[in-house]
Ligand binder design. Structure first.
Ligand SMILES: Nc1nc2c(ncn2[C@@H]2O[C@H](COP(=O)(O)OP(=O)(O)O)[C@@H](O)[C@H]2O)c(=O)[nH]1
Ligand SMILES: [Mg+2]
Length: 329
């Protein structure tokens, strides 16, 4: 039986996954428990949440007040945070160096990157925050990468097309994530069960210039083609990087909205970034709570309108690139 969890549940679950302290986690779990429907279909989930609360309380008793924010919590800036995750030598650092202005170390020997390193990737009107991570493999277990992924807005998995073992290496990562309740998936389903966190993920397949690349790409597609969108690139030869940026933007499921003041030109500099499906209400709430409180109507230019300058209400669903003029009392 599907659990049919309400949006408030998913909101609390998001707080749970982004919580930095045990207290915040317990609070979010309690909220999840309070708002979830209690029926047979959620028996397992109810038990699971209770177990987690008990575990957290137990852990808090043993290690009191470790309030420090872990070093792998990276402050989010820009339109979204995207860890770049993959096996050793896939070219994670090389990719980040190619698409950002950051100085990340690229090396022919594995395990060059030891701590998460954030870097901004410009994409059209926005900046996406990529986070370089250490290579993750059975020989080198980086336990905090799932924690980074859990809080992320999307993930980028990087395959190495010069390595026939890249499919198995990625499989290891995907499964190790799932063991920590982090599910990497191309498109997050609307209806979900359980406490797992789904993170929208793009698979970029690097080194398409390598001798056996097309065969390895085919194998990678066979294993992961239904799970992730796959985007072949060659960082070294600067191939496919524009398509890659667009594909990552698509996976993130975000809508860019520009605002304008009545009687003035639109501010086409930096858009507001909203989740797909957001409304004029969500935009107003993001700008200022006074604007939301005094909202009268909006005028709209862009793809979501029937005509340019259309007058719309709070419930109007916005589209990428829309320009909105908010009118207040
Ligand atoms: N042939 C080829 N080699 C690449 C490409 N991108 C990166 N490399 C090489 O792969 C090695 C590992 O790169 P690095 O970015 O350090 O990998 P990381 O461990 O995933 O961060 C370096 O020697 C890079 O020069 C590519 O597109 N094609
Ligand atoms: Mg690296």
């Amino acid at each position: 039986m599907p659990a049919n969890l309400p949006p408030v549940y998913h909101a609390a679950e998001k707080r749970y996954r982004q919580a930095n302290t045990p207290e915040e986690k317990i609070e979010a779990l309690r909220e999840m428990y309070a708002v979830m429907p209690k029926h047979k279909g959620t028996d397992k989930l109810q038990a699971d949440i209770k177990r987690r609360i008990a575990q957290l309380k137990e852990a808090a008793k043993k290690a009191p007040a470790a309030r420090q924010i872990p070093q792998w919590v990276i402050e989010k800036v820009g339109a979204g945070q995207v860890p770049v995750i993959g096996p050793p030598n896939a070219g994670k650092s090389a990719l980040i160096a190619a698409v950002t202005h950051a100085d990340v170390r690229v090396a022919e020997y594995p395990f060059t990157t030891q701590a998460p390193v954030p870097a901004m990737m410009p994409f059209e009107s926005i900046q996406i925050q990529l986070v370089d991570t250490p290579a993750w493999s059975p020989d080198f277990d980086v336990g905090w990468i799932p924690e980074l992924a859990r809080r992320a807005d999307a993930c980028l998995l990087l395959a190495d097309l010069s390595d026939t073992g890249t499919g198995a290496a990625l499989q290891f990562i995907v499964e190790a994530m799932e063991a920590r309740d982090v599910v990497l998936i191309g498109e997050v389903p609307d209806e979900r069960e359980g406490v797992e966190v789904c993170v929208p993920t793009l698979l970029a397949a690097n080194k398409s210039d390598a001798p056996n690349a097309s065969r390895v790409l085919e194998e990678t597609e066979q294993v992961f083609g239904r799970r992730f969108p796959i985007c072949p690139i060659s960082v070294e030869q600067n191939q496919g990087l524009d398509i890659f940026k667009r594909a990552l933007f698509e996976v993130m499921q975000i809508t860019r909205v520009f605002t304008k003041q009545p009687g003035k030109d639109a501010d086409l500099g930096e858009p507001f970034v909203l989740a797909n499906g957001s409304t004029v209400h969500d935009l107003a709430a993001k700008i200022h709570k006074e604007i939301l409180a005094n909202f009268k109507y909006a005028r709209l230019w862009g793809a979501s309108g029937r005509f340019q300058g259309q007058r719309v209400g709070e419930d109007h669903v916005l589209a990428d690139g829309d320009i909105v003029e908010l009118h207040t009392r």
